[in-house]
Design a protein around this ligand. Structure first.
Ligand code: SF4
Ligand code: F3S
Length: 107
């Protein structure tokens, strides 16, 4: 079991999640963040840190968000690790809460 970053992180990427992760399990892409399911220790500490409320436990995902399980696993293998907070994307406030941003995901 692991926690999964979902749709609402896209175009926001606040990065506060990475500051609390004891496993350094976050990997960063251009406009999205993922969690390595191999490294996540299922502590849940990152969940309340995310201003976009984009992080959920794998078995609590709604059906439309289940696609993000494979995406987190796949992209954590290719994107660089991130352990320090950085500024959110410039239009994060505009995109926070906008549904269905998967088409905008940059790999
Ligand atoms: Fe890191 Fe814990 Fe979040 Fe997993 S649940 S990504 S170990 S903070
Ligand atoms: Fe994304 Fe939330 Fe982290 S927006 S970068 S999962 S704090």
């Amino acid at each position: 079991m692991a926690f999964v970053v979902t749709d609402n992180c896209i175009q926001c990427k606040y990065t506060d999640c990475v500051a609390v992760c004891p496993a350094d399990a976050f990997y960063e892409g251009p406009n999205f963040m993922v969690i390595s399911p191999i490294e996540c220790i299922d502590c849940g500490l990152c969940v309340p840190e995310c201003d976009a409320q984009a992080i959920f436990q794998e078995d609590e995902l709604t059906p439309d968000q289940e696609v993000f399980i494979a995406l987190n696993e796949e992209l954590a293998e290719v994107w660089p690790n991130i352990t320090e907070v950085k500024p959110a994307l410039p239009e994060a406030e505009k995109w926070n809460g906008v549904p269905d941003k998967l088409d905008m995901l940059e790999k």
